[in-house]
Design a protein around this ligand. Structure first.
Ligand code: GLN
Length: 492
């Protein structure tokens, strides 16, 4: 017998069993995604012999496009494909992209990447939306479910990010990209074999249409997305197109959001405005947080030694790449338990307060990074311990904001717009990545002759300013929490 939505949502215990299936599909998908992402810049510089600036710009372009396409993937899932078919289609495109890269990464690099960009757009937002569907409205276990899901993301990110580049550098790039393809296949198979347990979740929104009409629309999406692939590959290659794209996709999305929102009743509209507030603040959060891929990795390479806690020898860039994921894996379940325990005592902070906490932690993390200047030596070398501590604090901030943001999107959007809203949540990440690059560039000293200490001073002062802005955002969220809570109505 088909599982019903009631059977799924009336689960006993902390987590619904379907969450584990989605956890593993997403874990493998993130393995493949972060595995590939971790290879891009290195591969472009060392194998494609591009200069550093071009490689950085093109890396940024791929990240902006990946997250921008989540909006489109979410929208088509709502309107035409449903979450399951979207996921399936996205997974197939990602596998094809990685296979192309595995066969000939040098000659087909950009086309392989373009397949992955579009594929992620169809996969990433929709799996998160399905997690939300496992819960009834008002179920207090939802945030903690998203925290667990978030650990899965980071387990995949950590292992994939580490293994793929290591394989590529020391063995063969074909095999490294091939591994991403194999792992993505595991992700898709996990989903295919367990999707029955999802009952009606994620089925086609056009189930009542005639089969031929439905199929025609679906084929149009499939063909349309394939046509976009060569276009994306050209746009990533020439990064000025990324700027134009970013200038247009945001405003267009906003127009679409307004059109859909004004079709809703007043109470639903208010919830959408609240969701928009969270989305806008998250752009700021990611713009600061994503310094990790840019300025913080340069910081790690130039200003940090290799000694951690006085006796462990590590590569500071390894710490920069892995510390965040490790801290998420260790602390996401703990935070999930804390939220559930607090909600039992009726003292769980609401989403506005959690977001604001996220910004306060972010501010504290950047103040800690600023503090590295006080323990620096005259050669501009500073403490890896303090740097790692900053990552710990930043991760606590991420955990108060990122899984909570996923969760709140699924609470605030009406059912037929959840894919779009999840896409908008990730689109904010695209803008965050984009702004992060600009901020990082602003902090670096253009003068190549500057001493290391001067460079460190420039970065740390930049971080000080980010810290202040983060704290201001946290305060703003607290000030407006009453108004936004009113917009959210029954949603916490
Ligand atoms: N690291 C998280 C993930 O990969 C969050 C990404 C984001 O929203 N920027 O899902």
């Amino acid at each position: 017998m088909e599982t019903t939505i009631e059977q799924i949502q009336n689960f006993k215990g902390k987590y619904p069993k379907q969450l584990w299936y989605l956890f593993f599909s997403e874990m493998w998908e993130r393995f493949s995604f972060y595995g590939m992402r971790g290879m891009l810049t290195y591969f472009m510089i060392n194998v494609l012999v591009m200069n550093e600036e071009a490689a950085n710009l093109q890396y940024g372009a791929t990240q902006a496009f990946v997250y921008a396409f989540t909006f489109i993937g979410g929208m088509f899932a709502d309107k035409i494909l449903g979450f399951r078919k979207s996921l399936f289609w996205g997974g197939i495109l990602m596998i094809i992209g990685s296979v192309i890269l595995a066969i000939d990464p040098k000659n087909f690099f950009f086309i392989g990447i373009a397949f992955n960009i579009i594929g992620t757009g169809f996969f990433k937002p929709n799996i998160s939306t399905m997690v939300g569907r496992l819960y009834k409205d008002g179920d207090e276990r939802r945030d903690s479910g998203f925290s667990l899901f978030y650990s899965g993301i980071n387990i995949g990110a950590l292992i994939g990010g580490y293994v793929c580049i290591a394989l590529g550098k020391s063995y063969s790039w074909n095999i490294a990209f091939g591994l991403a393809a194999i792992v993505m296949t595991i992700s898709l198979l996990t989903f295919l074999f367990t999707q029955k347990s999802l009952g009606p979740i994620g089925l086609s929104p056009l189930a009542n249409d005639e089969k031929s009409v439905r199929q025609r629309k679906e084929w149009m999406v499939f063909i349309g997305s394939v046509i976009c692939i060569p276009l994306i590959s050209i746009m990533v290659k020439q990064t000025e197109y990324t700027d134009y794209f970013m200038y247009t996709i945001g405003p267009l999305t906003l127009v679409y959001f307004l059109i859909e929102t004004f079709k809703l009743n007043k109470s639903e509209q208010n919830k959408m405005w609240a969701a928009l507030v969270f989305i806008l603040f998250s752009i700021m959060f990611w713009a600061f947080f994503e310094q990790s891929g840019g300025s913080l990795s340069i910081f790690a390479a130039n200003h940090l030694g290799t000694e951690l806690l006085g006796f462990i020898t590590v590569d500071p860039n390894g710490v920069n790449n892995a510390a965040n994921s490790l801290f998420v894996i260790a602390f996401a379940p703990i935070l999930g338990i804390i939220w559930v325990a607090m909600s039992k005592r009726k003292s769980e902070p609401n989403t506005m307060v959690k977001f604001s906490l996220g910004f306060f932690f972010l501010g504290a993390a950047f103040l800690t990074l600023y503090a590295t200047i006080f323990v620096a030596d005259e050669n501009g070398m500073t403490s890896l311990d303090v740097f790692t501590l900053a990552y710990f604090i930043m991760t606590l901030g991420e955990l108060c904001l990122s899984p909570i943001g996923l969760s709140i999107m699924t609470k605030l959007a009406p059912t037929h717009l959840q894919g779009m809203m999840m896409g908008m949540w990730f689109l904010a990440s695209a803008y965050g990545q984009y702004v992060a690059g600009l901020l990082g560039a602003g902090m670096s000293l253009p003068n190549e002759q500057a001493t290391k200490l001067e460079k460190l001073t420039s970065y740390t002062h930049g971080y000080y300013q980010l810290a202040i802005i983060a704290v201001v955002c946290g305060v703003l969220l607290l000030i407006f929490s009453k108004q936004v809570k009113k917009l959210m109505q029954d949603v916490k």
